[in-house]
Design a protein around this ligand. Structure first.
Ligand code: GDP
Ligand code: IMO
Ligand code: MG
Length: 526
């Protein structure tokens, strides 16, 4: 046998989401090297060898077998090259298999971590993006080529016209909000033909936002600070089995009969408990059947769509809304949302089995924010907190409320990593800390003299817990113009490394601004 080598462009033969095999003789079991070309930020490391010759996809190496782990219609092709003593028999492809991957992306804190931005960045490398929980309480801002886009129900992946965007059955959909968002995106020229809406998803009905607001008012000082979008009441009805599903819009007689019954319960609560006006059955029917016609082209049974993608080894990305600490079970109950914004929730809300998940990405801010009430051990209620809020423009995408701001809480982040199996971190808003002399990181808590390495279940204890901090030097340098991780100032890289160490997961992406180009990719988490 003799060494084989091949120089040339792979671009013409690589296909989106497919594995491309070139047969050749060689030593079985020789190590793999990952070689990437195209954009420099997306390069995988070259742990065992392989040579990168240029930006346009030329390469050369000694190889045993070529496997294209990923490819897309652009020039971001990521082949793996097995090294060894080899001889090329043929440079033509003999088999196509797809580089299947299922990546779950969750917010690791209390929401607004920059999930939308990371989803947008990954969307053109996957076949499908699936939203699996929450509703239009979510607000995801994406800045692409200087233009800002806001998403509430429609997956942030929609900016890439080739990506199928699914609203899964775990989402609660307000049809009016959905259509308004659709109109807005279409008016901006976004192609929404690849949008799919699960017929199993529940609907937010007109009485839900009203009950949300009245419920909050009745709680008085104990209110949660919900978004008033009717999310809690909609999930309540789903669990109580009196909810309406998207598919009901296609069955007017069933909708009418069920509404008559459900409205009796709702109007009783509205009028007798809250002294509010009742809802009129015919007005709701007219309104919702009016929506039905426009929503019809998007409504599908997503089961075969998802199964088809899994069976054909497509790349799927699950878009989380909210964050782990707002999870109904794992979060700071009752100061949480009414769904499960965790890796587990992503599976139930989409019908994708946990055994098919290949990666879980946690998005974390370089500090912490929270909207609404509830414990927040590292909160900064002083001038420094105000200054971080202003620099980071920390005002809610959905409600415009000022976000509460605090130091990075590694006890929370570690808990999120552990409970979701996060194996890749995207750390956002690093630039917001650019001007600070020193930065604090909460490593643990102390409560009544006892040390805690994770958030407590009892929120009255958590409320009165003290954060244990370590203080690290700031970098006092603008990072927005950095285009690779290596360009970041030393102290900034040390901060990022320390966060990865405290959380127990690799920081694969670092974001230094809101635009796509401000994301520094060390390793693509797909
Ligand atoms: P999501 O709900 O997790 O998608 O996050 P939001 O979009 O609600 O909030 C994140 C905000 O931070 C948005 O306004 C983003 O444009 C902005 N953002 C995201 N990443 C960065 C970053 O690295 N630096 C700065 N300064 N802003 C960012
Ligand atoms: P994204 O996806 C931040 C918060 C609300 C409130 C609590 C309950 O943009 O990260 P709800 O209306 O869900 O019943 O409110 O949850 N909340 C969020 N906070 N980001 C979000 O979504 C949120 N969605 C809900 O502020 O404290
Ligand atoms: Mg948000």
């Amino acid at each position: 046998m003799r060494s084989g080598s091949l120089v040339g462009s792979l671009r013409p033969v690589a296909q989106h989401g497919q594995i491309f095999l070139v047969p050749c003789l060689g030593q079985p079991g020789a190590p793999f090297a990952f070689v990437a070309f195209g954009s420099l930020e997306e390069c995988h490391p070259l742990p065992f060898g392989g040579q990168r010759l240029g930006q346009r996809g030329e390469w050369s190496c000694v190889f045993h077998r070529l496997v294209f782990l990923a490819g897309d219609p652009g020039n971001r092709i990521v082949p793996a090259v097995r090294l060894g003593e080899t001889e090329v028999r043929s440079a033509r492809p003999v088999a196509f298999r797809t580089a299947m991957s299922v990546t779950i992306l969750v917010g690791g804190q209390w929401g607004d971590e920059g999930k939308g931005k990371v989803i947008d960045l990954l969307a053109d490398k996957v076949h499908m993006v699936v939203r699996s929980q929450g509703g239009n309480n979510a607000g995801h801002t994406v800045v692409a080529q200087g233009k800002e886009h806001r998403f509430h129900l429609i997956p942030s992946g929609i900016l890439n016209p080739d990506t199928v965007c699914v609203i899964g059955h775990g989402v609660v959909v307000d049809p009016n909000a959905f259509l308004q968002e659709l109109d807005r995106h279409q008016a901006e020229g976004i192609d929404t033909r690849n949008l799919v809406l699960s017929e199993r998803a529940h609907m937010v009905m007109p009485y839900h936002p009203v009950l949300d607001k009245l419920g909050e008012e009745m709680r008085g000082d104990d209110r949660l600070g919900t978004t008033w979008r009717g999310i809690g009441p909609a999930y309540e009805d789903k669990v109580r089995r009196i909810g309406f599903r998207i598919g009901d819009l296609q069955k007017p007689a069933f909708l009418e009969k069920k509404l008559r019954f459900v409205l009796r319960l709702k109007n009783e609560t509205l009028t007798r408990l809250y002294g509010a006006d009742p809802f009129d059955e015919h007005a709701i029917l007219d309104e919702y059947l009016g929506y039905a016609e426009r929503m019809d082209p998007y409504i599908r049974d997503i089961y075969p769509i998802i199964q088809d993608a899994l069976q054909n080894g497509r790349r799927i990305l699950l878009e989380g809304a909210q964050g782990v600490m707002l999870d109904l079970d794992l979060g700071t109950y009752p100061y949480v949302t009414s769904s499960s914004p965790t890796a587990g929730g992503a599976c139930t809300g989409s019908g994708i089995p946990p055994s098919r998940v290949t990666k879980t990405v946690g998005v974390f801010e370089a500090y912490t924010t929270r909207v609404g009430y509830g414990p927040f051990p590292t909160e900064l209620t002083d001038a420094l907190g105000d200054s971080i809020r202003e620099i980071g423009s920390e005002y809610g995408t959905t409600t415009g409320r000022p976000r509460r701001v605090g130091w990075f809480d590694a006890a929370v982040a570690r808990y999120a990593v552990a409970t979701n199996g996060i194996d890749s971190i995207a750390l956002t808003k690093v630039d917001v800390l650019d001007s600070l002399d020193t930065i604090k990181i909460c490593t643990d808590y102390v409560s009544k003299g006892e040390a805690w390495d994770h958030p407590m279940a009892n929120i009255s204890h958590l409320k009165h817990t003290d954060a244990v901090y370590e203080e690290v030097p700031g970098w006092k340098t603008a990072t927005r113009s950095c285009r690779s991780y290596e360009e970041l100032p030393d102290a900034c890289r040390a901060y990022v490394a320390r966060i990865g160490e405290l959380c127990g997961a690799a920081v694969d992406m670092v974001s230094v601004g809101p635009d796509r180009e401000h994301t520094l990719v060390r390793r693509l988490p797909l």
